[in-house]
Write a protein that binds this ligand. Structure first.
Ligand code: SIN
Length: 511
């Protein structure tokens, strides 16, 4: 059997970009459970943050990131991100990503909690799609091998070191083993844990589940970012309405037409995402509605159609002309701040196992991610995974706070069959969602543990995904129960304050 230098699992920006860099150092194989284009990246609208505008500095970007992280961001990691940002953007431009320009200069948009306009975008609001298409084309032109419809099912670890990965090839139905020196998890997040999510169907927490089963440390799982503005129409997927729409002046109104954000935050519609999300929930409860409205009818129609062509077209296809009518929106699960714990070189606690992108927890985002930092995080840390000194196992830590290390608690509950993912997603939305409480978290963890005991041995993609969802859900619920405070995206009614005792990370590990 051939041993690859790098096997990379996932084909979003994290997988493709890592592979493009890795092929310069050795043989590289991408395994992806769907087709190479099935990923979350292409749904990214807003863009990539980088302090390249006039008057902006890496230091301002540093502080915005640290403030958003609510005391849990690893400052060394943040410093690396903001310092290397401009070079990584230059790399993307060289690869051919067509960022939008104004008068020959890269156009920069504004998003919540950024002190400056610093969001690069492409195709107006189709940034992710442009990146995915550009990187996908480069991969196809390269020596990188790509196996589609190939689902990673088990990380092979011997004597604490990765030896390869097992994967189910859906085309033949056979289980294959791919030996490698370095295995990179780039599988994205777990938005599909929740009833409402902006994520595509591939986001089933696979990387976290695989890594946990292999003995990797999983950190900060309680921090799930809910995006305030996903479209809310009956029977329509919660399509993302980019934060950049509020950056351009979009206003949030309740069903009675009242603009409510000034009542909740001096930053109004551009308050941090968790603040906007909770404010929306309170307004929805107050008015007995399942939605609020995003109003951009005061903007010139040309601004809307050129800056947000994708959103404009999507809404029009669903009978809504957003230049004339308000957009019905509600929060939806969007981003997983936690994941497989890595150091600033992408290394996990298992030799030869790396994680990049949303599946990783580099400690950068802390308790809440600053908008548009995630694509940048991929670029910066993928490069470090490939450029690190292969013979050295680095030892930098999370940089902040103490780590609470735990195994999953044993729950003495009866086995209960889980019919499908919908029951899990509803439970997660209701009990482990935007506003949480100890009792409901405990009920959720018990229910998930009951389902876990009854899960059948997976045989195909959907049963493997269900298993990943259940395990990842359990990690989120248990971590949320352990953290007895409110911080960033984690809000508990029974512990509504942020506590200095909790400037630390929850790390879960098997056993
Ligand atoms: C958005 O366009 O609002 C999403 C950007 C992000 O989540 O970083």
């Amino acid at each position: 059997m051939r041993t690859y230098d790098y096997v990379i699992i996932g084909s979003g920006i994290a997988g493709l970009y890592t592979a493009l860099l890795a092929q310069r150092r050795g043989t590289a194989l991408i395994l992806t459970k769907g087709s190479i284009d099935d990923c979350n990246t292409k749904h990214a609208q807003g863009g990539i943050a980088a302090a390249i505008g006039e008057g902006d500095t890496p230091d301002l970007h540093f502080w915005d990131t640290v403030v958003a992280g609510a005391g849990l961001s690893n400052r060394d990691t943040v410093r690396i991100l903001v310092t290397e940002a401009a070079d990584r953007i230059a790399d993307l431009i060289e690869l051919g990503v067509p960022f939008d320009t104004i008068d020959g200069e890269v156009a920069l948009a504004r998003e919540a909690a950024h002190a400056m306009p610093r969001i690069l975008h492409a195709g107006g609001d189709a940034t992710g799609e442009h990146i995915e298409v550009t990187l996908g084309r480069k991969v196809r032109q390269s020596r990188i091998e790509v196996l589609e419809q190939c689902l990673a099912t088990q990380i092979v670890v011997e004597d604490g070191e990765v030896k390869g990965v097992r994967a189910l090839d859906a085309r033949t139905g056979s289980m294959e083993e791919f030996p490698c020196q370095q295995l990179v998890l780039a599988t994205g997040g777990g938005g599909r844990l929740f009833k409402y999510t902006t994520n595509s169907e591939v986001a089933t927490g696979d990387g976290v589940a695989l890594a946990f089963q292999a003995g990797a440390e999983i950190m900060d799982m309680e921090f799930i970012q809910f995006h305030p503005t996903a479209i809310r129409l009956p029977g329509v997927h919660p399509f993302l309405i980019s934060e950049a729409v509020r950056g351009e002046g979009g206003l949030l109104r309740n069903v009675e037409g009242y603009r409510f954000m000034p009542d909740y935050s001096p930053e109004k519609e551009l308050a941090p995402r968790d603040v906007v999300t909770r404010s929306m929930l309170y307004e929805m409860q107050k008015t007995g509605s399942d939605r609020v409205f995003l109003d951009i009818t005061h903007l010139a129609p040309r601004v809307i159609t050129t800056r947000f062509p994708h959103i404009y077209r999507f809404c029009l296809d669903h009978g809504l002309d957003i230049t004339k009518g308000q957009i019905p929106v509600a929060p939806a699960a969007h981003y997983m701040m936690g994941g497989v714990k890595t150091n600033s070189w992408g290394e996990t606690n298992i030799k030869g196992l790396f994680a990049v992108g949303e599946t990783a927890c580099t400690g950068l985002h802390g308790a809440n991610r600053l908008a548009s930092n995630s694509l940048l995080e991929v670029l910066v840390f993928a490069k470090r995974v490939v450029e690190r000194d292969i013979d050295k196992f680095s030892e930098d830590g999370p940089g902040v706070g103490e780590l609470v290390h735990c195994g999953l608690p044993r729950r003495d509950v009866p086995p209960v069959p889980l019919a499908g993912s919908t029951a899990l997603q509803t439970l997660m939305w209701e009990n482990v969602g935007i506003i949480r409480g100890g009792d409901t978290l405990d009920q959720a963890a018990n229910a998930i543990a009951s389902w876990e005991k009854c899960l059948e041995k997976p045989v195909d993609r959907s049963s493997y995904e269900l298993n990943s969802l259940v395990l990842t859900a359990r990690l989120v619920a248990e971590a949320a129960l352990i953290r007895q405070e409110s911080r960033g995206a984690h809000f508990r009614t029974d512990f509504p304050e942020t506590s200095p005792d909790w400037v630390k990370h929850v790390v879960l590990k098997k056993g």
